[in-house]
Design a protein around this ligand. Sequence first.
Ligand SMILES: Nc1ncnc2c1ncn2[C@@H]1O[C@H](COP(=O)(O)OP(=O)(O)O)[C@@H](O)[C@H]1O
Ligand SMILES: [Mg+2]
Length: 274
Amino acid sequence: MTLAVHEMSFEYEKGQPVLQNLNMDFSAHPVIGVVGANGCGKSTLFKLLLGLHTPTAGEVRWRDKAVRYDKRSLIEHRKNVTLMFQEPEQQIFYTDVFSDIAFSLRNLGIDEAEVFQRVEKAISMVDGQQFADKPIQYLSFGQKKRVALAGSLVLGTKYLLLDEPAAGLDPLGTRQMKALIRSISLSGKHVVMSSHDINLIYDVCDYVYVMNDGGIESQGVPEQVFLDKALIEKVGLEQPWLVRIHQELGMPLFRSEHDLSEASPLKNVEKECL
Ligand SMILES: Nc1ncnc2c1ncn2[C@@H]1O[C@H](COP(=O)(O)OP(=O)(O)O)[C@@H](O)[C@H]1O
Ligand SMILES: [Mg+2]
C-alpha cells in the first residue's frame, strides 16, 4: 500500500471525534472517490492525508510506514502527495497566474529555468493558456479552480487529492474538470477525490468509499456501491442517474452516458439517416 490510513481517528476538540477508526487504501485503484453528506469528514480526511493535522489515533501511511510530523518528513511527504483544496481562495496567494503556480516550486528553491518549464507545462495541462496572462481577480471561478489545479499538478506528485473539484462549476466547467481528471489519471498519477456530484463520481471513479459520520459505511466499485439505494439514501446521498434508470426502468447498468448512447437503438437510426 503506497498511501493508506490505518485505524485512523481524529478530533478537532477533545471528546468530539470527527473521523473514527478509518482503514483505507488509496493505492489500489487509479481514481478513488470519497463521498458522504456535508460535514461527514471528507475535507478533514484529505488534510490528514497531506499531514496538515496529526491523527488522534492510528496513522497515515506512506509505503507502509507511518507518516512523521517533523518539518523535514512533511516536506518529503508532500513530494508524494498534494491537495487541491475545496476553495481555490485557500491556495491562491498571488495576483498573477504564473507567480501563483510557481510559488511552491520557488519555495522549494528550484531554479528559475525549471520553474518556467514546469509552470508552462502545468498551465497547458489544465488548458489554461487563454487566461495565463490575466490577473487572477478577473478569472471566473472555474478558471480559478484550474489555476489551483495547475498549482497542485506543478509539484509532480504521484498522488493528487482533489477536494470537491467540481463544486461551483457550471456544466461545461464540470465536463472540462472530468476530462482533466481522466487525463491526469492516464498520465500515471493516482487521484483521490471527493464530490457532491454523485454522477461525476460514478463516471470517473474506479472505487468509492462512502463515509457517514466520520466512518466508512460502504466501499467498492461504483456499480456495486450505488446499487444499494437504502444505504445511499441513509447517508444523505442520491444514486447516480444511470443507476436509477437501471433500477427504475429496467435498463442495463451503464457506466457512462457514452456507453448508454452507444447501446441506444436510436444510434443506429441516426447512422442510417446520415
Ligand atoms: N477547523 C475545524 N475546527 C473544528 N471543527 C471542524 C473544523 N473543520 C471542520 N470541522 C468539523 O468537522 C466535521 C467534518 O468537517 P469536514 O471535514 O469539513 O466535512 P466535509 O468535507 O465532509 O463536509 C464537521 O462537523 C465540521 O464542522
Ligand atoms: Mg469538504
